[in-house]
Ligand binder design. Structure first.
Ligand code: MG
Length: 281
């Protein structure tokens, strides 16, 4: 059925008898709502607007953490086809097949080979990723299984063993590296799987000017550790860096911090985020 044409042709206006106060109630073949209610501030829609698009249906995963139907599954334990590496991490170079290893349904960091990049590029997105430190992780501070999830190739959500293993606060696991510590530390022991659910809004530019900064929300093992937190600029070690004019969509990447940081990743999926009121599919 073509609901668009049905909308135009199948309107039945019950008027004020529609048991909805003094507003005219509009009934359509597939929708109900109003056209004479107040306009919502800052929006083009009436309250309960009959013409407002229905949100498109998405089938959720069977259990929390499973990919929903509109996700791009970046890693499901089978292959590394969504991933690549760049010699010397040169993003402008030619991508090569990853040297990071597929081990027992996980991605194992091949330390010293470079970061692991997605072949596809992303801007605003929702990202689910799981990671695990070696149960016998050694070292101290930033030396305990260091990696990172880089959003738009520039903003690091730190990956590290910070379970009873202190380092500087804005560099521990879950930190927006060098800018914001996690609100709390919900990390599990090394050897146990950890989860990040990350919600990212890329910075918006007009010409060479940032007109809206980047924002990050992070759930760490299901616990909120950043709540729509504004980033100051790109993340960096021991430095404050401004924003960098980059493409609206860039690869996500997982950080290679060297051979002494063995780590595993699994169950990685991402959803590209669009705004409210997308056209109905
Ligand atoms: Mg790191």
């Amino acid at each position: 059925m073509n609901f668009g044409s049905a909308r135009k042709t199948a309107l039945f206006v019950f008027g004020t008898l529609a048991a909805c106060g003094s507003f005219a109630f509009v009934f359509q073949a597939h929708k109900d709502g109003y056209r004479d209610t107040p306009i919502l501030p800052g929006q083009k829609w009436h309250v309960h607007d009959v013409d407002r698009p229905y949100p498109n249906a998405v089938v959720p995963g069977k259990k929390l953490g499973d990919a929903p139907s509109d996700a791009i599954v970046l890693f499901d334990g089978k292959d590394l086809s969504h991933w690549c590496q760049y010699p010397q991490n040169n993003e402008n170079g030619t991508p090569v097949e990853p040297k990071w290893k597929l081990v027992n349904g996980t991605i194992q960091v091949a330390g010293g080979t470079g970061n692991l990049y997605t072949r596809e590029k992303f801007g605003d997105c929702q990202l689910h990723i799981e990671w695990k430190e070696a149960a016998d992780v050694t070292g101290r501070g930033q030396g305990r299984g260091n990696s990172g999830v880089f959003l738009q190739s520039r903003y690091e959500v730190q990956v590290l063993d910070s379970y009873k293993a202190p380092t500087y606060a804005d560099g521990q696991a879950g930190a927006l590296y060098g800018q914001w510590p996690p609100l709390v530390n919900p990390q599990r022991k090394p050897g146990e799987w950890q989860t990040y659910d990350i919600f990212f809004e890329a910075a918006k530019w007009e010409g060479d000017k940032v007109v809206s900064p980047a924002y990050v929300t992070v759930m760490f093992n299901g616990v909120l550790v950043h709540n729509h937190q504004k980033l100051n600029g790109i993340t960096a070690h021991a430095a404050v860096e401004p924003y960098e004019k980059i493409a609206d969509e860039m690869p996500l990447f997982l950080q290679d911090h060297g051979p002494s940081h063995p780590l595993q990743f699994r169950n990685i999926w991402v959803r590209k985020l669009a705004g409210y009121d997308q056209p109905e599919k």
